[in-house]
Design a binder for this molecule. Structure first.
Ligand SMILES: [Zn+2]
Length: 248
C-alpha cells in the first residue's frame, strides 16, 4: 500500500468531504494558514494567456478530430495545482473524484491542452437547499485534447479570460482554490473530477465518473498517465447521461 505522508492523510480525514451532505463545520487545517505556503511541488508553467476566440459559447465540436476517443492526441499532462503545496487522498464520498487540499488562492490549472467547456461564475449554494447543481460553487470544466472532461470546483475566483470556448494549454490558469459551494466553512480544496463531455448542465456526470488520484500521482511526479482509456470505458458502460444517484 502506498502511503501518503501521515499529516496529509490526517488533513483529508479530519475534514468533511466536499460535496458531502454533512453540515459544514469549521475545522482548523494546515492548508488554511493565513499565509499560504508556496512549497513548489510542480514547477509553474510558463505564463500563457488563453487564446480568446470568438465563437460558440460552448465547445460542441471535437478538439482533436483525427484520433479515436480514448487516446491522447497531443500534449503533456500537468498537476492541476501549480506552485503550491497540495495533498489528497484516495477516496471520495459517494462517487469517484479527488479532493485536492491546497491554500486559498493557489492556482488551478488546465491538466492538459483543450478548450473550456462550462464555467460557473457565481456561488448559489445554500445549506438549507443543498441542491446538487449548486454544490460545486464556482467551477470550470475543460474538455482536453484527449477527449476527457476535467472539472475543478469550490474555486474562489475564475481566472480572467476563462469562458466557454476558450482554448487553453496545459498549465493555463483556470481559477483559484477556495471553498465555495458545499465546501463553505471547511478547508479550501479543489474538487477534481474526470468525465466524458455531455450536453450542458449535466453536473452529476461532470463532477466525476472515474477516480483521478492515479493520474494525479503520475502527473505530480512528472509522469504522463492518461485517464482517457478509463473514462472511455466508463462512458461506454454508463451511456452519455446515466441517472444521478447521489446528492441529486
Ligand atoms: Zn469533492
Amino acid at each position: 500500500m502506498v502511503r501518503l505522508a501521515g499529516a496529509l492523510l490526517v488533513v483529508v480525514l479530519a475534514v468533511p468531504a466536499c460535496d458531502s451532505g454533512a453540515k459544514p463545520v469549521a475545522v482548523p487545517s494546515p492548508t488554511q494558514s493565513a499565509e499560504p505556503t508556496h512549497a513548489v511541488i510542480v514547477p509553474p508553467p510558463p505564463t500563457k494567456a488563453p487564446t480568446l476566440r470568438p465563437g460558440p459559447t460552448r465547445s460542441p465540436a471535437p478538439i482533436a478530430t483525427t484520433r479515436p476517443p480514448g487516446t491522447v492526441a497531443t500534449g503533456d499532462y500537468v498537476f492541476p495545482i501549480s506552485g503550491c503545496r497540495a495533498s489528497y487522498g484516495r477516496s471520495h464520498h459517494d462517487y469517484p473524484a479527488t479532493d485536492v487540499f491546497a491554500a486559498r488562492g493557489c492556482a488551478f490549472v488546465a491538466p492538459v491542452a483543450g478548450r473550456v467547456d462550462e464555467v460557473t461564475y457565481t456561488d448559489t449554494w445554500r445549506s438549507t437547499t443543498n441542491r446538487g447543481a449548486d454544490r460545486g460553487g464556482l467551477s470550470v470544466s475543460v474538455v482536453g485534447v484527449d477527449g476527457v472532461r476535467y472539472y475543478g470546483s469550490h474555486l474562489s475566483t475564475i481566472a480572467p479570460g476563462i469562458k466557454p470556448g476558450v482554448a487553453v494549454a496545459a498549465g493555463t490558469r483556470l481559477g483559484s482554490v477556495g471553498n465555495t459551494g458545499s465546501a463553505r466553512g471547511i478547508a479550501t480544496h479543489l474538487h477534481f473530477g474526470l468525465s466524458w463531455p455531455t450536453r450542458p448542465n449535466i453536473w452529476w456526470v461532470r463532477r466525476g465518473e472515474v477516480y483521478p488520484w492515479p493520474y494525479l500521482d503520475s502527473w505530480r511526479s512528472g509522469g504522463n498517465k492518461s485517464p482517457a482509456g478509463a473514462v472511455a470505458a466508463k462512458h461506454a458502460a454508463s451511456g452519455d447521461v446515466p441517472r444521478c444517484s447521489a446528492y441529486c
